[in-house]
Design a protein around this ligand. Structure first.
Ligand SMILES: [Zn+2]
Length: 401
C-alpha cells in the first residue's frame, strides 16, 4: 500500500523539534515475513525503512483531520504524518493496525495502484462473464452488463448514485469505502434503492462502507437478508438502529472510529465471529435527551399516541411492512414513516414491534460476545439499549400466550 503525504521526522530525545515537513511517499512492504514501512523523500531518496516490530505507538486521535503519528523505538524516531486524502490515511492506519494484530493483509485489492495500469485498459474490463470488478474513479454504466458479477469494489469513487439495476446482479461483496456519496437530500433518498431488488437482497454477504462520512446507517441495508459482514468504520455514527437485529446472518461487525454511545440490545445474544468497536465513546448520554430515541419522542411523542394500533391506513401499512420485513423503496412509503425505521425495535420480552412512544427504555452493560473482539483496553462493557412495552401486563400476557 502506497500513500503520498507530508512527513516530519522527529527525534524525541532532541532538544528542538523538527518543524520541517517533506513531501513523501510511504509504503508498506513485506520482506521474508517481516513488515517494513518505507519513507521516500528528498532527505531519503533511496527510502528509509522502519521495522514494524519496532513501532511502539500509533497516535491516531486526529486521524479525521488527516494527521497521524508513528512512534518507533528503534531508531528512536517519531514520524508526524499529514495526508490530504483522509480516507486513504485511515485505510493506511487500519492496515498498520491489522498487521500489528497479526492479520497479514498484504495481498488484498488495496495493494493495487489506485489508477488502472495501462495494460488493463486494453482488455475488456467489463466482460459480461467477469466475477470481479474494481473501480477507483466512478461508477461505469457498463458494470450493469456483468451478469455474473460477484465482487464489486467502488472505493474512493465519486458516487452520486448507484443505479438501482445493480440490485439485479448476484453481487455478494460490495465496497464503497472512501467514496464520495451524494450530498443532496434528493439523491440520498434514492441512493440505497438498489438493496430492494430481489437478487441482491439475497446475494449480498459483505458490505463495506468505511470512511464515507455517514451519520446514520440507512435502514434499507437491513433488508439484505444474508448479510454476514458489515463494515462501517470511521464514520459519524452515534447509534445503530434496533432493526439491525433483523440481520440474522450478521457475524462480523466493524464499527471502529465512530461516535457510538451504545448498542441495541437485540445484538446482545449473538456471538460474532469478529467485532471491532474500538475508538467509540460508549457511555450513556447524559442527559438522555441527546439520545436519538429521546429526540424522536420529543418531536413526535404527542402526534402519534398509539402508533401501532390500527387506527389508520398508514399504521396498517407499517404493521404489514414490519410483519413480513420485505424490501421496499423508501419512496413507496409515506415520508412520515421513514423516521420510524430509525427508532422502531422489538420489545425484549414479547418480541413485538414497538415505537418509542409506547415503550420503556432500559440499559444494561456487557461486552459483545465474539470469537475475536477488537476494543479499547479501558472498555470492560458497553451499554445495551433495550425497548420494553410500556404496558407491562399486556406485554407479559403476550409473552406467555
Ligand atoms: Zn413486550
Amino acid at each position: 500500500m502506497l500513500m503520498h503525504c507530508s512527513i516530519s521526522i522527529q527525534d524525541p530525545t532532541g532538544a528542538r523539534p523538527n518543524t520541517r515537513y517533506l513531501n513523501s511517499c510511504v509504503l508498506l512492504k513485506k520482506v521474508d515475513d517481516e513488515f517494513y514501512l518505507l519513507v521516500k523523500n528528498t532527505m531519503y531518496p533511496t527510502a528509509k525503512s522502519y521495522e514494524l516490530t519496532m513501532l511502539q505507538n500509533i497516535y491516531h486521535n486526529f486521524i479525521r483531520e488527516g494527521k497521524m503519528e508513528l512512534d518507533f523505538s528503534e531508531p528512536r524516531q517519531l514520524l508526524l504524518i499529514v495526508c490530504k486524502d483522509k480516507a486513504l490515511l485511515y485505510l493506511f492506519f487500519r492496515k498498520l493496525k491489522n498487521i500489528i494484530n497479526g492479520k497479514d493483509e498484504m495481498n488484498d485489492t488495496r495493494q493495487a495502484p489506485r489508477t488502472v495500469p495501462p495494460g488493463h485498459e486494453i482488455v475488456n474490463r467489463f466482460h459480461p462473464s467477469s466475477l470481479f470488478f474494481v473501480s477507483y474513479r466512478h461508477f461505469d454504466i457498463r458494470i450493469l452488463n456483468m451478469r455474473h458479477l460477484n465482487t464489486l469494489v467502488l472505493e474512493d469513487c465519486d458516487l452520486p448514485t448507484i443505479p438501482v439495476q445493480i440490485g439485479n446482479l448476484p453481487i455478494s461483496s460490495l465496497s464503497i469505502t472512501g467514496s464520495k456519496l451524494p450530498t443532496s437530500q434528493n439523491e440520498l433518498d434514492v441512493f440505497w434503492n438498489f438493496t430492494s431488488l430481489s437478487v441482491i437482497c439475497y446475494t449480498l454477504r459483505t458490505l463495506k462502507m468505511d470512511s464515507i462520512g455517514m451519520k446514520h446507517l440507512p435502514f434499507e441495508i437491513f433488508f439484505l437478508k444474508n448479510l454476514q459482514t458489515l463494515s462501517a468504520s470511521n464514520n459519524n455514527l452515534s447509534y445503530i438502529p434496533h432493526c439491525i437485529g433483523e440481520l440474522h446472518a450478521l457475524e462480523n461487525l466493524f464499527v471502529a472510529d465512530n461516535s457510538l454511545l451504545y448498542f441495541p440490545y437485540t445484538l446482545s445474544h449473538r456471538t460474532f465471529k469478529e467485532i471491532d468497536i474500538s475508538n467509540n465513546p460508549f457511555e450513556l448520554p447524559r442527559p438522555l435527551k441527546f439520545d436519538h430515541i429521546a429526540k424522536y419522542i420529543e418531536k413526535y411523542g404527542n402526534e402519534m399516541k398509539n402508533p401501532l394500533e390500527l387506527t389508520s391506513l398508514t399504521h396498517l401499512a407499517l404493521n404489514n411492512l414490519l410483519k413480513y420485513w420485505l424490501p421496499f423503496k423508501r419512496q413507496d412509503i409515506p415520508r412520515s414513516l421513514w423516521i420510524c425505521f430509525e427508532v422502531i425495535g422489538r420489545c425484549m420480552l414479547c418480541r413485538n414491534w414497538i415505537l418509542p412512544n409506547n415503550c420503556r427504555i432500559a440499559h444494561t452493560f456487557a461486552l459483545p460476545s465474539a470469537e475475536n473482539i477488537i476494543k479499547d483496553n479501558k472498555i470492560n462493557g458497553i451499554p445495551w439499549q433495550s425497548l420494553l412495552c410500556q404496558n407491562a401486563n399486556k406485554c407479559e400476557r403476550l409473552a406467555h400466550s
